[in-house]
Design a binder for this molecule. Structure first.
Ligand SMILES: Cc1ncc(COP(=O)(O)O)c(C=O)c1O
Length: 324
């Protein structure tokens, strides 16, 4: 990735907002090879400056306005909520379509996140297919944030929203959102993309061109190199797996229950007490964890423990918890 970045560093011209044809083909090939999505149309691919900007601005780029609803998971990455608010729309935390009730007519965008942050929950084909059918029946777009898809631990395959078993072979109204920040440890490059419905992507592209949302060409080249190589993803995954085993065992030994967490970068832990009490207990042991309420009211009795630490810090976590 660094070699690809360096080889592309003579880049005085503006990059293509749409991404080069080579980048868009690399994304389509990757979906076929890694995500069970054959035949993705490269016209339906859009590079993004990391996925956070896309999550934050998608409601605005889609033209959402006051009165429109954006559904997102109950315990969720906070940017889904922020993005709805930036557009003046209303965020609605809901894990099931039935929870939305009679307001469904105002839903314009549904965010899914599987595997989830902070819960590590994985949504199966049936669940995804049900959401797609529901969203299509009310004319809403489904955006599925799949950035942890290469980190399964205790689950089978992690389906993409674009998988034919989920969407019936049509990508109408659907976008999968992916990032190299996790699988390739590449957060500093801001290398990510969205893919799916080519008509939707073209509309977004028009606005993004005028808003200057361009991925630098050297980063596009690094992204292309990363997507063509599965070896480094396996190596990164092995590191996380080893750290996860240490953290998980230490937490269980200390009396925590781990909920979900079958995939992704987090352990969603609880001792059935208010999350701030748990945070304070960890702090006394010299350990920083995130209170579940950072991710919504649904997290009031959980804390999020991240696997993004060094091997040495993971060992220290185990030792400190044992002493505590
Ligand atoms: C669920 C989820 N989506 C998106 C992002 C953003 O990642 P990036 O902007 O680095 O691509 C994160 C980062 O933590 C995340 O947890």
């Amino acid at each position: 990735m660094r070699a690809a970045l360096e080889a592309a560093s003579d880049a005085p011209g503006y990059p293509q907002t749409y991404g080069t044809p080579a980048v868009r083909s690399a994304v389509a090939d990757w979906f076929a090879r890694r995500r069970g999505v054959p035949g993705l149309d490269p016209d339906g691919v859009l590079p993004t400056i990391g996925s956070k900007e896309f999550v934050a601005w998608l409601p605005t780029l889609l033209g959402l306005r006051p009165g429109d609803l954006v559904v997102h998971p109950e315990a969720a990455y906070p940017t889904y909520d922020i993005g709805a608010r930036l557009a003046g729309a209303t965020p609605v935390p809901a894990d099931g379509t039935a929870q939305v009730g009679p307001a469904a007519g105002s839903v314009r965008l549904v965010w899914l996140n599987s595997p989830g942050n902070p819960t590590g929950r994985v949504l199966g084909w049936e669940h995804l297919a049900k959401v797609v059918a529901w969203a299509r029946s009310i004319g809403a777009v489904v955006a599925s944030d799949e950035c942890y898809a290469e980190l399964p631990w205790e689950c089978g395959e992690i389906p993409s929203i674009l998988d034919p078993r989920v969407c019936g072979g049509s990508h109408d109204g659907l976008l999968a959102v992916y990032s190299l920040s996790k699988q390739s440890n590449l957060a500093g490059y801001r290398a990510a993309f969205a893919a799916g419905d080519p008509h939707l992507v073209r509309e977004l592209l028009e606005v993004r061109k005028h808003a200057g949302m361009m991925v630098p060409w050297p980063v596009q080249e690094a992204l292309r190199a990363a997507l063509a190589d599965d070896g480094h993803v396996a190596a990164q995954k092995a590191r996380y797996r080893a750290r996860r085993e240490i953290l998980r065992a230490a937490l269980e030994h200390a009396g925590f229950r781990i909920d979900h967490s079958e995939a992704g970068l987090y352990l969603w832990a609880t001792r059935d007490e208010p999350c701030w009490d748990t945070v304070a207990w960890f702090a006394k042991a010299g350990i920083l964890v995130a209170p579940g309420t950072f991710y919504g009211a649904a997290g009031v009795r959980h804390v999020r423990v991240a696997l993004t630490t060094t091997d040495e810090r993971a060992e220290a976590f185990g030792a400190r918890l044992a002493r505590a």
